[in-house]
Ligand binder design. Sequence first.
Ligand code: FES
Length: 136
Amino acid sequence: MNEVRTSRRIVFQGLGALGAAIALAGCGGGGEESEAPAVESGTALATTDEVPVGGGIVLTDEKVVLTQPTEGEFKAFTAVCTHQGLTVTSVDGDTIRCSHHGSAYSASSGEVTGGPAPQSLATIAIEVDGDRIVTA
Ligand code: FES
């Protein structure tokens, strides 16, 4: 688990076998509904080295999940679970997990792979500018 900046919390950074879900304050079962991301175009989300290959990170303040399914291929999705609107809790290999009720999504496509979620996670357009990942 990495803290990137004090102004923002990254809940979990998952890599394959390390993938136990860990949640910090703000998403730990309190049941608060998340609002849709309000990330403006050009917002710096993270640096490329903060997103593990074959895993990802959850940006709780921005409500964005960043993944890197294969080296150099970055994806971004809303972190708002389509089940009850809570913030997803972790990325475990190729799976974005919402531990609130057990939904799971593909870290490559955002599609539902398990649990009660009725819809895929919406994709967020991003660009890689040098080593920075910014919203498009
Ligand atoms: S809110 Fe995510 S599984 Fe229920």
